[in-house]
Design a protein around this ligand. Structure first.
Ligand SMILES: [Cu+2]
Length: 359
């Protein structure tokens, strides 16, 4: 996170603008109809206590400074906790930043040299040269080489981001709604989660749950967290019920549009347990800034316990409908003979709507 000297020069201006994103908007005072009840169904009268509600069955986890969230005084990318994110972070730090810094300095020096050396007072009789083959070859070839240098790691990185998930992946389906996220775990039975932003203490009615520091930063804390296992590939599928949203968690290097009537898919593997925050990243209407994403990454055993506590099943459970996961879109075509019914793949545009209409 801490930038070295050279990077600081170039990055400072740009990031001063970008880094303030999360703190941009003030919560409007207008009353908002809570779009849906959360997973906090019954026994949650004791107002704000732990961010993870007891019936979720998962342990509480507090946010960590500088991890999975923006932090005062820091700039640059958030620490990456997925292999793809680390690769992208490396490319940013060791390919793009040196290239940008070097080119900027070179151009600055050249401009300074031209301004001083060839000003009228120092250069009374200007040269009438109009061509110089050697220089022309250099200024054509060098940019080409720079672009090739950038393209090689860039193409591999792009490919890694869209590699289909392997068969043992855990599927998370994120559904964008105006203005909250709902989630399904199609491989794990009937688990459904609705996540709304937690309001501040002075914005809620008496007795209503409000954000505490344990929940996460203002505008990023959600009343329900997405729970995911570490060390296991996650197949992320996004769609939306109304307009285009985008499911984005910076620490995972994930930003995937959620489009009505379509399924987008990508994959990532979280390497460290922790609490990671993100936001909707596609302008989706008046409360676009207020549909945060909170992901709690836990060891696999805890994930299995959470799934069962939510009434879901793990692959291999006796009560699981099938021990073999259904063929996934984009996965290896090895077992395409599976039944065509595939719960993760609505065939019609209104299918995503149907999936949450009972919430
Ligand atoms: Cu949105």
């Amino acid at each position: 996170m801490r930038m070295t000297g050279l990077k600081t020069i170039v990055l400072a201006a740009g990031l001063a603008l970008a880094g303030t994103g999360a703190a941009a908007a003030q919560e409007p005072a207008a009353p908002t109809a809570a779009p849906a009840a959360t997973t906090a169904a019954a026994p949650d009268q004791a107002a704000p206590v732990n961010p993870l509600l007891a019936e979720d069955g998962a342990p509480a986890m507090d946010p960590t400074q500088h991890i999975g969230q923006p932090s005062d005084g820091y700039f640059g990318l958030q620490p990456q906790v997925t292999p793809t994110g680390q690769r992208a972070h490396w490319m940013h730090n060791w390919i793009l930043m040196p290239a940008v810094t070097g080119i900027s300095l070179l151009v600055l020096v050249l401009i300074g040299w031209v301004v001083l050396r060839y000003r009228r007072a120092a250069n009374e009789t200007p040269s009438r040269t109009s061509h110089n083959t050697v220089i022309e070859i250099i200024w054509t070839l060098v940019p080409v080489l720079i672009l090739v240098l950038i393209a090689i790691p860039s193409i591999g990185l792009l490919q890694a981001q869209y590699e289909p998930a392997p068969d043992n992946a855990v599927t998370l389906k994120a559904i964008g709604n105006q203005w909250f996220w709902s989630y399904e775990y199609p491989d794990n039975g009937d688990i459904q989660i609705t996540a709304n932003m937690l309001k501040e203490k002075d914005q809620v009615q008496a007795g209503e749950r409000y954000r505490t520091d344990s929940d996460g930063p203002r505008l990023l804390a959600a009343d329900s967290r997405v729970v995911l296992p570490v060390g296991v590939p996650i197949r992320l599928i996004t769609t939306a019920n109304d307009v285009i949203h985008s499911w984005a968690v910076p620490a995972f290097w994930i930003k995937l549009d959620a489009i009505p009537g379509r399924l987008n898919e990508t994959q990532f593997t979280i390497e460290k347990p922790g609490l990671y925050f993100g936001q909707c990243s596609e302008l989706c209407g008046a409360r676009h800034a207020f549909m945060p994403i909170a992901v709690q990454a836990v060891p696999q055993a805890q994930f299995a316990a959470w799934v069962r506590a939510k009434g879901g099943t793990m692959p291999g459970d006796a009560s699981a409908p099938s021990t073999a996961p259904p063929a996934q879109p984009g996965a290896d075509a090895a077992d395409q003979t599976a039944a065509p019914a595939n719960s993760t793949q609505p065939a019609t545009p209104n299918a995503p709507g149907a999936s949450t209409s009972d919430l």
